[in-house]
Design a protein. Structure first.
Length: 259
């Protein structure tokens, strides 16, 4: 089993440190003009995207790389239109594409059209997975983690071999994400998600988690074995994963191991 690289930083430095690292890693993949970035959404990513935008304004190479990159979103709610501020498409345009000046055509998200269409191959991959294959795969996949260990919207019970698909959200996930909606009854019950298999095929993964509420899932992910009860733990099977935690998110890790 490959080891994850682990950085534990104070909350105040979290977004800047993680954003700086992501910007540096983007140049590990050769041709910066056709970079493929797998994107995550959620509160944790906001500060990281803001760091990337700030750096891209000061660094023209990074700016060019981010303006010309292909973006593949990890997940999207079922039933929210792109102009709904709670949709992940809206989130990505607001926090990354618009401030960078990246054309919106560079962004793809799993959707009814791309996920539910007949698989193109016998192995069960969806059109969305094939679109990612067609651009040569994801160079760097950004990820968060759910309080229940979900990765994208691969909820506990998801298979390691899963492709992009439509899923039902766990009750705890709806509860955790209700904070973004004016009323908890507005949280969609279903979503489209990238599958674990496609995430594991990314050349590198950077997972970020902050806050005490993530501590248990983070401990399970890092110190357990890969398993469906915590889909993020499948990343233990990937050879190039970097995890950024603030002290709260790291607070359930066994003391002494990481000092
Ligand atoms: C959401 C998203 C995930 C994200 C996670 C953490 O439900 N589907 O892709 O990584 O939960 O979100 P947050 O950073 O808001 O805690």
């Amino acid at each position: 089993m490959a080891k994850m690289k682990l950085f534990i930083v104070p909350s105040a430095d979290f977004a800047t440190t993680a954003g700086d690292y992501v910007a540096r890693r983007m140049f590990d993949f050769g041709d910066a003009v056709s970079f493929v970035l797998g994107t995550a959404t959620g509160g944790t990513m906001e500060g990281i995207y803001s760091t990337l935008v700030g750096k891209a304004r000061r660094d023209s190479d990074l700016g060019l790389c981010l303006r010309t990159a292909h973006y593949f979103g990890m997940d999207e709610y079922v039933g929210l239109e792109p102009d709904n501020p709670q949709s992940y498409e809206f989130f990505m345009k607001k926090h990354l594409l618009a401030p960078l000046g990246t054309p919106t055509r560079n962004l793809k998200l799993p959707s009814e059209k791309t996920v539910l269409a007949s698989p193109l191959a016998e192995d069960g991959r969806s059109v969305y997975d094939q679109m990612i294959f067609d651009v040569g795969g994801i160079d760097l996949q950004l990820a968060g983690i759910g309080e229940n260990g979900h990765l994208a919207f691969n909820e506990p019970g998801s298979m390691r071999t899963s492709w992009a698909r439509r899923v039902e959200l766990a009750p705890g996930t709806k509860e955790a994400n209700a904070r973004f909606f004016s009323n908890s009854s507005e949280v969609p019950c279903e979503a489209y998600t990238m599958g674990i298999q496609t995430i594991l095929r990314a050349k590198s993964v950077v997972l970020c988690a902050s806050g005490k509420k993530k501590a248990r899932a983070v401990q399970r992910m890092i110190e357990g074995r890969p398993g469906s009860d915590c889909p993020a733990s499948f990343l233990l099977d990937h050879g190039d994963v970097t995890v950024f935690l603030d002290w709260d998110a790291a607070s359930d890790l066994r003391s002494g191991l990481y000092t």
